[in-house]
Ligand binder design. Structure first.
Ligand SMILES: [Zn+2]
Length: 213
């Protein structure tokens, strides 16, 4: 990996005693035969790594084994919408606090969170198993679009970012490039997530309910 691919926002907050610099340089090593990877690799201009939104450290991690056996699950947060980076970071932090302090989880549940600013915020990321859909977390990567989309759609920027994210997952074979499936949360759990309107939108997306077996 080129040094330029590693996030270097360290000087942005050098007084943070909670270890911002440590987070920016965290290395995770997964199974012996697997790759070593760096948290915070910026793979797109609109990607916001954890270090940038000042994520709390996870209390624990489970490695996610690629490629995902099933594919991708899409969610909404059923909470507030956001349209710029300042507000979206507030939302992401709010969700992390709720998942960790309210639900008692190790970390924010989603692998990625998308705002109507068109940015993709790193949750657990590509390499760590999420907690977004009970029973399916070992087989799927999960993204959420921030907001409540029961009767409204997210804007085009958010929808395009979600498609961009799944294309990246496919390109890097994090979801099986030969065949993967896309679902809304309600397909795999007892929930109205991702909202009626967004679910209708998902029905027209690549690999929706594709049969891979
Ligand atoms: Zn959901």
């Amino acid at each position: 990996m080129l040094p330029s691919e590693i996030f270097t926002g360290i000087s942005m907050k050098t007084t943070d005693a909670l270890g911002y610099t440590l987070r920016a340089e965290l290395f995770f090593v997964s199974e012996p035969e697997s790759q070593t990877f760096v948290k915070g690799q910026i793979w797109a201009e609109n990607f916001v790594p954890r270090a940038h939104w000042e994520a709390r450290l996870p209390l624990g991690i489970d490695n996610f084994h690629h490629p995902a056996g099933t594919g991708v699950i899409g969610h909404h947060t059923h909470w507030d919408r956001c349209y710029d980076m300042i507000d979206c970071i507030k939302e992401v932090k709010k969700v992390q606090d709720y998942h960790m302090d309210g639900n008692g989880w190790w970390d924010i549940g989603y692998n990625f969170l998308i705002g109507e600013d068109g940015r993709i915020y790193e949750g657990r990321g590509f390499h760590i198993q999420g907690a977004h859909c009970s029973g399916w977390n070992t087989q799927t990567l999960g993204f959420t679009i921030m907001g409540s989309f029961i009767s409204d759609l997210p804007n085009e920027r958010a929808l395009n970012a979600a498609k961009q994210l799944m294309a990246e997952m496919e390109k890097r074979n994090f979801i099986d490039e030969r065949c993967w499936s896309f679902f809304g949360h309600r397909d795999k759990g007892s929930t109205t997530c991702p909202g009626d309107r967004l679910y209708e939108e998902f029905k027209g997306w690549k690999n929706f309910h594709r049969e891979c077996y």
